[in-house]
Design a protein around this ligand. Structure first.
Ligand SMILES: [Fe+2]
Ligand SMILES: [Fe+2]
Length: 322
């Protein structure tokens, strides 16, 4: 597989499972293309052409030519300079590694992380929160994230990959969309007497089982094993990063009883408890690995020659279908 092809397939898979829906995404592209046409000469330099076809600002090729070979990959949840050095070390010992697949964004994909967050509005609309309310609550949080990331040292990983000539791609919200869709289908749509039963169902998923055996199981952080679940949703799996804590009150009012999440902030947890919303924290790494696995299963179907070396929180599990 070539690098650009890999990324184009990845974007297509992310769109297939996006809570915004294909129509809305097409509209976004159209608006961006129109905007591009109207730009003044000075603005053109800063226009991100990527936005005319890729609706995931936190997913991007951060190093490598479009036609670079990208078949044998090192895959990690967090890949920074240490993992790039590890790849180079393994290569010098004879291991075949063409490039790096990274989950958590780096470089420009990290610089633009806040820009994928409006996806959360559609995610919440799916559980009955009005779009105006979700948007109103989300905007201040987005600007906080933007300011926080803005001060980061954003391009270290990208530079290391450049120096060691390793193509690298970040797929963040793309694979988080997949794990969200997976959890909605395999966990949320079923009926359970109590939260304990949900924990057991999550543990039947191989990635969660693997991490649980290593001491990182799904845990109930709000509610208890015997609590009744009510309406279950997996709204904390995709959309860039955690939304504002006020989302928990909005979800409670919309009729949500239990939220599955990868990680929760202390403020959100407090808010959830106040509104009697149960939360199951499902293991961050297991959840991210699950999303990446679903994407890699799709890639394997396109190019069966692909191979993956697991590092930095990623564990490979293959599925024929889901
Ligand atoms: Fe993730
Ligand atoms: Fe993550």
């Amino acid at each position: 597989m070539k690098l650009k092809k890999f990324f184009q397939h990845a974007v297509a898979m992310g769109i297939d499972y996006d809570p915004r829906g294909k129509k809305r995404i097409e509209k976004m592209f159209k608006k961006q293309k129109e905007r591009e046409k109207k730009l003044e000469e000075k603005e053109k330099e800063y226009f991100d052409v990527e936005r005319t076809w890729n609706p995931f600002p936190d997913c991007r090729i951060i190093n490598g030519a479009d036609d670079a070979e990208f078949t044998h990959l090192m895959v990690g949840i967090d890949i920074e300079t240490p993992e790039i050095l590890l790849a180079d070390r393994l290569r010098s010992k004879g291991t075949k590694i063409d490039g790096m697949l990274i989950h958590h964004p780096e470089g420009r994909a990290l610089a633009d992380l806040d820009k994928v967050m409006p996806l959360q509005i559609d995610l919440l609309a799916g559980v009955g929160v009005t779009v105006n309310q979700a948007e109103g609550l989300l905007r201040p949080r987005m600007s906080k994230i933007w300011r926080a990331i803005h001060a980061d040292n954003l391009f270290r990983t990208e530079r290391a990959a450049e120096l060691l000539d390793l193509p690298a791609v970040c797929c963040h919200t793309i694979t988080d969309n997949l794990v969200w869709a997976f959890m909605e289908k395999h966990i949320c749509k079923h009926e359970y007497d109590d939260l304990g039963e949900i924990l057991n169902a999550i543990l039947d998923i191989p990635e969660y089982k693997k991490f649980a055996k290593k001491g990182n199981p799904p845990i109930i952080v709000s509610g208890s094993r015997g609590s009744r679940p009510g309406k279950i949703c997996a709204t904390e799996f995709t959309g860039g990063t955690n939304g504002p804590e006020e989302f928990f009150e909005a979800k409670a009012r919309a009729g949500v009883g239990t939220v599955l999440s990868m990680h929760v902030t202390e403020k959100s947890l407090e808010e959830a408890k106040k509104h009697h919303v149960n939360i199951i924290q499902c293991s961050h790494m297991a959840s991210d690995a699950l999303g990446v696995n679903l994407m890699l299963d799709g890639m394997k179907k396109i190019d069966p020659k692909m191979t993956f070396i697991e590092v930095s929180g990623f564990v490979r599990e293959e599925r024929k279908k889901w």
